[in-house]
Ligand binder design. Sequence first.
Ligand code: SF4
Length: 204
Amino acid sequence: MAEDAWDAAVSDMLARVAGACSPEETGARLAARACEMGEYMVKKVETSQGMEGTSDCEKGCGWCCHAQVPVSKPEAEWLRGWINENFSRAHRDDTLARIARNRDLTEGRSLEERVAVWDQTPCIFLHESVCRVYPVRPLVCRAWHALNREQCRRAFLARETGAEIDNTPFRNYILGVVRDELARIMPWPGGGVLPLPEAMACLI
Ligand code: SF4
């Protein structure tokens, strides 16, 4: 499939989902469908290229979960619905405290300043090196991967933002198209995407 045909197919399918559900459920439905479609395409392309299962990521590594995750509004709404159904009061309070701390240490700071504290600013959903929202994690989290997780560990410990992390060439592109289309169909008031802590502060 040509690149622009893939873009058009994503746009067309998400527009049909948006047209078929109520305003309250549109964001969550869009994000769920977008993730399903994006992951289906990633699997199909990686399989055809003999690259299926080459990722070296595993539960508990979590090095990449210290970078800022940008999310579209539908992704954040999907997270909110899932949190409302699955988080205890204690988990919710803990998440609110992490949001406040993360925003305090990162908002308005330069990249160098954020990197300097990235061991103190794990993702608001990372708990004991495991993602608390894994089934509904954002598209960026589904795209980030490594063929050798030792490269991620070294980059994290050396605070190297531009380190070469070997990966397959398809995931970032395919899931990036899907995320951009979600952000276009249902934008935040200022447009684009928001860092995860800021996005969730608006919604939970
Ligand atoms: S949402 Fe989950 S997978 Fe994504 S950065 Fe946070 S902890 Fe990691």
